[in-house]
Design a binder for this molecule. Structure first.
Ligand SMILES: [Zn+2]
Length: 630
């Protein structure tokens, strides 16, 4: 018996070995030929050649794209899909009627290879696909390989290294983290890399492409800019130096990099949507055409865009919540730890931005006060914990048109940032300033090359790493912040950082700039909602505020203020004059109905601000102080 069993084991081993030959790495050769010459006409074509066994075969179009936090691969924009045998015969296929990203076709006997032709229609993203979509116009383009890719469903993207080639419109240049192998006859061939790494490496291209090395003594970093206008890529040397500072400051925290060379891929264009998407060795950043050469835009989100996406190389790409590491592009990701992935990145992206001198500290303080004002208005926290905005991230990318504060948005970004500021403040307070979140960051994100490209983590591991810096019972504290509903926004962070909140009666420059840029009047802190330039009451209405009590809703337009026709200045004056007058009278239009309402408000103009509390250490200033150049 024993002998028989032994013989059986040999047979089992042989069978396993032979089946491994059928489905193993050798059989997973794949070539992807991308023809981007039609990008100016917003089309991308790909020919993917793969070996296939006969019988019913399932193929996948990438659905769960890293960085989008949603199952949003833009399969709806596929404009052609053909499964061809070597002699050019097209096979019938059927889409899975539940998983629209999967296709099934029957491979006839004797066929061992298929060429899959994909035509993709560019430049029509939905809210969740902007960062992983492809775009094109007559002068520039963005290629995300996932948009024109269909591959055998059973293959593990980590186990197959396709041969990729690309043909661009004549005269166009390109930038990507992928390494070119050779260029011949206008066709670029790239060094084979695992499919997941390839998909993690988008490409920008165009007639005018400028590459600027960011000089610093950490790992190499390149800033690649493409624009319809050559002048839009002529950044001032001071701004280039500040971006180099970002890299140097990050290097000072992390000490090691999860990449050899980092590529900031930037489109400066009014045609390609504003967006940012992280990758391990690069980031795709979309800003307006003149955003990096004019003074104003950098004061807004453009200022922290590149630092934010850069931080993701460590937080989100190299170290990622374990439930978001699936090994393929069709298994759903569980996103409840996005308050780390995005919240910590938001915290550090903004802090690096100030440490690198892109923003002044005072500007950052104003920005924080504005965020606190916004988060205070998110009363949806009374029914929906912060963590739930992370779990349901894919549904919350677009802001709610009406009653945004009740529904909540992707609050794990901004409220997550506030939580990490609080964690930093608590560490500093407990250690009298001798330790900080930097100590946690340096240890938790230290790069172990043997674990690249991704080292997953759990909530317990994260708490353990915080305990190692300062044993303060982090698990319980963090759960109370993220997993529980809140009556109101916890504001301990303000005192911890050495500040208190008060209302200014004059709008700070930060608010005035924002009003101009976003075309509204900032009356949220005063009457309970902001008002658009045309008099429209904005989506976010604070329950119990004068606007709410007067039964005004989003979609209502203010036509008149205190007996005069509405204008931004008249509304501001009326809010100010409420101190003397004791109320504000509005003529409003809701649908087809006019009515006059009186707001019971007499507190004048109010703008939340952070004011220094001299009795406490100023940890906010300490957090923002440059390390590298001090
Ligand atoms: Zn992010």
């Amino acid at each position: 018996m024993l002998r028989t069993v032994a013989r059986l084991s040999v047979w089992v081993a042989l069978l396993v070995a032979s089946s491994a030959l059928v489905v193993g790495a050798d059989s997973q050769s794949m070539t992807i030929e991308v023809d981007a010459r039609d990008l100016p006409r917003k089309l991308l074509h790909a020919r993917i050649t793969v070996p296939v066994p006969p019988g019913e075969q399932r193929f996948a179009y990438p659905k769960w794209m890293p960085g989008t936090h949603a199952g949003s691969g833009p399969v709806q924009n596929v404009g052609g899909l053909r499964f061809l045998t070597k002699d050019g015969k097209a096979l019938d296929w059927k889409r899975d009627d539940v998983e629209f990203w999967q296709f099934v076709c029957v491979v006839p006997p004797g066929i061992s290879e298929l060429t899959i032709e994909v035509d993709y229609i560019c430049s029509q993203p939905d809210a969740n696909s902007r960062g992983v979509d492809s775009f094109g116009n007559s002068l520039i383009g963005v290629i995300n390989w996932n948009t024109c890719l269909v591959y055998p469903f059973a293959w593990k993207p980590t186990d197959v290294s396709p041969t990729l080639s690309l043909q661009l419109p004549e005269g166009w240049k390109y930038a990507t983290a992928l390494e070119a192998h050779e260029e011949h006859g206008g066709i670029v061939s790239f060094k084979p890399e695992p499919l997941d790494e390839l998909i993690d490496s988008p490409l920008i291209c165009g007639e005018h492409l400028r590459t600027i090395p960011l000089e610093q003594d950490f790992a190499p970093a390149l800033l690649h800019l493409v624009s319809e206008s050559e002048s839009a890529t002529n950044l001032k040397p001071e701004l280039i130096a500040k971006y180099a500072n970002v890299v140097a400051e990050a290097g000072d925290i992390f000490k090691s990099a999860p990449y050899d060379t980092y590529h900031f891929l930037v489109t400066c264009s009014n045609d390609i949507p504003a967006n940012g998407l992280e990758h391990r060795r690069s980031s795709l950043n979309g800003v307006g055409e003149r955003d990096l050469i004019e003074e104003e835009p950098i004061k807004g989100w453009v200022g922290y865009l590149l630092p934010h996406e850069f931080v993701h190389a460590w937080c989100g790409k190299y170290r990622r919540p374990a439930a978001m590491v699936t090994g393929d592009f069709h298994t759903p990701q569980h996103t409840e730890l996005l308050w780390v992935y995005e919240g910590l990145t938001q915290y550090l992206g903004e802090v690096l931005n100030v440490r690198a001198s892109i923003w002044e500290l005072d500007h950052y303080r104003r920005h924080l006060a504005n965020d606190i004002s916004f988060l205070k208005s998110q009363t949806g926290r009374q029914w929906r914990p912060l963590e739930d905005t992370a779990v349901a991230s894919g549904q919350l990318r677009e802001r709610s048109t009406y009653w945004g504060g009740l529904r909540r948005n992707q609050d794990y970004y901004v409220e997550g940032k506030l939580l990490w500021l609080e964690i930093d403040g608590k560490i500093r307070e407990a250690t009298s300033g001798s330790k900080s979140l930097d100590d946690f960051l340096g240890a938790f994100f230290a790069v172990d090359n043997s674990k690249l490209p991704v080292s997953p983590f759990t909530f317990d591991e994260l708490c353990g790493a915080l305990e190692a810096v300062a044993p303060l019972g982090w698990k319980q504290f963090i759960e109370s912040r993220v997993a529980e509903t809140q009556e109101s926004l916890p504001l301990d962070v303000v005192g911890l950082l050495g500040y208190r909140l008060q209302y200014a009666t004059e709008a700070p420059e930060y608010v005035k700039d924002r009003e101009k840029e976003r075309k509204y009047v900032a009356t949220l802190d005063a009457i309970g909602a902001d008002v658009g330039d045309g008099g429209e009451v904005r989506s976010n209405i604070v329950p119990g505020s004068p606007i709410d009590v007067a039964n005004l809703g989003p979609g209502t337009t203010i036509i008149g203020v205190n007996g005069r026709k509405f204008s931004n200045d008249r509304l501001k004056d009326a809010v100010k004059d409420s101190v003397m007058r004791g109320n504000i009278e509005l003529l409003v239009l809701t649908g087809d109905t006019y009515r006059t309402v009186t707001l019971d408000y007499k507190d004048g103009a109010k703008y939340l601000e952070l004011v220094r509390d001299d009795a406490k250490p100023d940890y906010l200033t300490a957090i923002c102080a440059p390390r590298k150049r001090s």
